[in-house]
Design a protein around this ligand. Sequence first.
Ligand code: 2P0
Length: 321
Amino acid sequence: MASIALSHTNLALVKYWGKEDEGLRLPSAPSLSLTLEAFYTRTRLRISKENRFFLNGKEGGGKDAERVFSYLSSLLAFFRLPPSKFVVESENFVPKSSGFASSSSAFCALAAAFAEEMGLSLTKRELSIAARMGSGSACRSVFGGLVLWKEGKTGGESFAVPIKEAPSMDICALYLSLEGGEKEVSSTEGMRISRSSPFFQIWREECRKACAEIQEALKAGSFERVGEMAERNACQMHALTLSCGFSYISEKSLRALRLAQSMRKEGIPCYWTCDAGSNAAFLCRKKDMALVEGKAKEAFGSGLVCFPSGPGPGVKVKREV
Ligand code: 2P0
């Protein structure tokens, strides 16, 4: 017997960057994301005599396994369940060469498989809270399409809610694999340092405003306004880190930003975003995807690897007998 969960990653249009409580992963501000169809994690979990973790078919020890089992122990304690051990087999369909993080889909799939295997019958809200405890952005992957993560003042108040699980707005992402390599400052560390910025309070306010404005723009059906707000929020996040003396963006990430801006001047609605790494993504309409990809290859060379994606579904889980 085992439980299998399938969860898609999400791309933040308003970034989660800063925690009020590190242990609980309570964010300093709300964030808003698009769940992506193209990238996902499939996780199979069963109770066993010993803890074992497999990633993409290979048994893994080290930090990944440590984080998985420490998270599962915290879930057992949170749901007042007796100590148990697990075999966890995860497959990541997030291309390694993309350089994009898979923690949102990984921890959402793990939370969902755990809840199913332990017979917890959680509501989506409870599952979002459980996923958040593994990795903040994982709480948003519980839902498909466009998702809002409310900041909340306590662990029980901080969860994601769907804005539109099947967006009628034509909105897609094109990931650009600009460079590889490990980032020097982890997200956890980067968020911690960023709290010391003189601009941190402004950043929080800007995220609150951006979440409200994007929701308004979605209602009004304005893709351009959504894109503008997302690009501005990404720029503000990177300005925040820079104000503390470190940065994730590279010369190529900035070239991608300028490329999005020049495409707009040509009448192609394309907007830039970038997470805690130097690989950027473009937001565009599905009908413009090929054109945007062509422009990216023109600018960065025909060998540039791009990953297009439309909106994806929320987490799914089933019991295997
Ligand atoms: C996001 N990022 O909203 C932001 C944008 C990176 C930049 O969520 O410490 O791995 O596990 O709660 O979720 C990366 O942080 O952080 C992240 P933890 P996580 O997608």
